[in-house]
Design a protein around this ligand. Structure first.
Ligand SMILES: [Zn+2]
Length: 189
């Protein structure tokens, strides 16, 4: 939901985008470790340069590809700030820290799903999009992206939990607004 919130804010302030943009904004998480880390450019020495290079090779007219790029940009920003904050505050000996982290982002996501009037409709639209309309991504089959959507939607619609104490709505909202705005400045054409 943090990705959808950022994508929604981007769409509101920038240009009109199709539902492919939103599906693309979730697609990179359909991959598994270690390919997922590779796709997110977490393994490269200069992530900023790699992101800029990826942006230059992304057609801004391609809604799905633009959504993918926004996802990777969002994670890049989040990793350095909010993920890092969680790691810093977690007990260093706790091998389960990532599980606790995922619980907090789940709570935050649930809150936004249940408290945003556009969220349920957007999920319906994304689920209704035929997989043939998804963009091509190396290493991810459309069925895997579709499965990610189905599973995430099922969890959100069946779990009215949250908000997260670690990532309260105002913190997530501010992050999404700043990210949507910074993306427009950063995005090389
Ligand atoms: Zn991601």
């Amino acid at each position: 939901m943090i990705h959808l919130l950022t994508a929604q804010l981007f769409k509101e302030t920038a240009e009109e985008r199709g539902v492919e943009f939103f599906v693309g904004s979730l697609a990179p998480d359909a991959m598994h470790y270690p390919e997922k880390e590779h796709l997110h450019l977490r393994c490269v020495a200069d992530r900023a340069a790699a992101m800029a290079n990826l942006a230059r090779n992304t057609d801004p007219e391609d809604d799905f590809a633009e959504g993918v790029l926004l996802h990777l940009y969002t994670d890049w920003q989040w990793d350095q700030t909010h993920l890092q904050n969680f790691r810093n505050s977690a007990d260093k000996s706790d091998k389960q820290w990532f599980k606790h982290y995922q619980r907090e982002t789940g709570l935050a996501s649930s809150w936004f799903y249940w408290n945003n009037p556009w969220a349920a409709r957007l999920w319906e639209d994304m689920l209704a999009l035929p997989t043939e309309r998804y963009g091509k991504m190396d290493g991810i089959a459309p069925e895997h992206i579709r499965a990610l959507l189905v599973n995430a939607h099922r969890w959100l619609s069946e779990n009215q939990v949250g908000p997260s104490a670690f990532y309260p709505p105002e913190v997530v909202d501010q992050f999404a607004q700043e990210t949507a705005s910074n993306y427009q400045t950063w995005r090389p054409k």
